[in-house]
Design a protein around this ligand. Structure first.
Ligand code: SAH
Ligand code: SF4
Ligand code: F3S
Length: 442
């Protein structure tokens, strides 16, 4: 058997794509390895969200190029493929820039891999990055899921929002949704195979179903998935603030398997800046949605994403971001310094760019605010009982410490037997640290 190594950068959508890639390759005589040095086929699945992520891909593949040359001298012929969001963006340029790459394939044609493989094995160098929107929807191949309890299931792909900073509409194309039948089929299979959690993925999960018919919405999909027999949980990411409908909140409330957790990126706490970002809500509208959700669920957590140093951001506007984290009691936020992306609107506003030093300084302040918010959020749960799914066990000072995740996505550590891995348990929270909770088995 030949060995394939896949390195995945980027979001859960990319991780899910990699699981499908490995699944397909395993039908064609490849076995996955975790050791890149052992592989006959090296694949890098790339992310283009910031320049930093793209640069990581270029430097990694550069190392592989050296291995390929060294291998050849010893009679070992390895193949190298470059896929994902940077591939979708750079296309043929990659074959020119990196003469050792055999295959470039985009986010739209993972399921053409068997054909592409034949061509590169004949010695051809191939670039396959069609513009036609396509959804990773084949069900004929097994998916090699990376996690043992959580199954990622893409429900929609692409984005029509064109936020002025964001590359995703260019790398993932226009929004398209999978049919409920395909999704339910995949979910049932995962649950039958022992998965305890399914996470529905999409760049904007709450606009799921657009174009498929009136009753096909995320809310109704959750209701259908909730009917599947078995003990498991359902999650969904990522939500666009103003696309969260009352019906969706209602569905989360009525479906016992759906977790009380919302990831709702705000990006900035300042309305004028939000407008420049082409986000279609004001600071107040974002707050209203958060309040509605908090009033509906007791132990809900709401997480967010923020960008520091967007073109034209003043110190006052940046302060609005800090105060939004406090005002809306956001439980955790992903943070990033603004990175100009080719083709996007904001990348052309060079005269409004914030200098690197200010950007980095704001990012540090933002991270500190996030840390504070996290401790505050964790402390809210001390004394409460949370139901958790046990994910792993580790020996520490002669004790077995279990790492688990609550429905609201909080990580809870507690002492217990290793057999509990993969089961649902109740834990009473005794202590909070910055990023975790500590508890005891009830
Ligand atoms: N669809 C999601 C976000 C997907 S991208 C949404 O609408 O919120 C993930 C995160 O990366 C974004 O939320 C944003 O905070 C960050 N991001 C996107 N483009 C960026 C850029 N050019 N520079 C810095 N951060 C960026
Ligand atoms: Fe990017 Fe905006 Fe689409 Fe999110 S909604 S993927 S930030 S363009
Ligand atoms: Fe990155 Fe593409 Fe995801 S740009 S964040 S891997 S959709």
């Amino acid at each position: 058997m030949k060995k394939v190594y896949v390195e995945t950068l980027g979001c859960q959508m990319n991780k899910s794509d990699s699981e499908r890639i490995i699944g397909i390759l395993s039908h064609f005589g490849y076995e996955e390895t975790q050791i890149p040095e052992d592989a006959d086929f090296l694949i890098i699945n790339t992310c283009s969200i910031r320049q930093l992520s793209a640069d990581k891909a270029y430097s990694r593949v550069g190392v592989w190029g050296k291995w390929k040359r060294q291998g050849k001298r010893k009679g070992k012929y390895i193949k190298i493929a470059f896929c994902g969001c940077v591939a979708q963006q750079d296309k043929e340029k990659l074959l020119k820039r990196f003469p050792f790459i055999d295959l470039v394939f985009g986010t739209n044609n993972i399921y053409e891999l068997p054909e592409l493989l034949k061509r590169i094995n004949k010695g051809e160098r191939v670039c396959a990055t069609p513009e036609k929107p396509y959804i990773a929807d084949e069900t004929q191949f097994e998916i090699k899921r990376a996690k043992s309890f959580n199954a990622w299931i893409p429900i929609m792909e692409g984005c029509d929002n064109f936020c002025t900073y964001c590359i995703v509409p260019f790398t993932r194309g226009r929004e398209r949704s999978r049919t409920p039948e395909k999704i339910i089929f995949e979910a049932k299979k995962a649950i039958k195979n022992g998965f305890k959690e399914i996470t529905l993925l999409g760049q904007n999960v709450d606009s799921y179903g657009k174009g498929l018919g009136d009753n096909i919405t995320l809310a109704n999909l959750l209701r259908e998935l909730n009917k599947i027999d078995g003990r498991f949980r359902i999650r969904f990411v990522t939500s666009y603030p103003t696309d969260i409908s009352d019906d969706l909140i209602q569905a989360v409330k009525e479906c016992d398997k759906v977790c009380e957790y919302f990831h709702i990126p705000m990006q900035s706490g300042n309305t004028a800046l939000l407008k420049d970002m082409n986000r279609r809500y004001t600071r107040e509208e974002y707050g209203d949605i958060v309040k509605k959700i908090r009033n509906t669920f007791e132990d809900v957590t709401i997480t967010s994403d923020f960008i520091a140093g967007f073109p034209g951001e003043t110190q006052e506007q940046f302060n609005d971001t800090l105060s939004a984290i406090d005002e809306f009691e956001l439980d955790y936020s992903n943070t990033a310094a603004y990175s100009p992306r080719e083709k996007t609107k904001a990348a052309r506003w060079v005269d409004k760019f914030i200098d690197e030093e200010t950007k980095m300084q704001r990012l540090a302040v933002l991270n500190e605010k996030n840390r504070e918010a996290c401790i505050k959020s964790n402390k809210k749960f001390v004394g409460k009982t949370l139901e958790v799914l046990v994910e792993s066990a580790e020996k520490r000072n002669g004790k077995t410490i279990l790492a688990s995740r609550a429905g609201n996505n909080k990580i809870v550590h507690f002492e217990g037997s290793e057999d509990l891995v993969g089961t649902f348990q109740n834990t009473k929270i005794t202590r909070a640290s910055t990023w975790h909770l500590f508890g005891e088995l009830v």
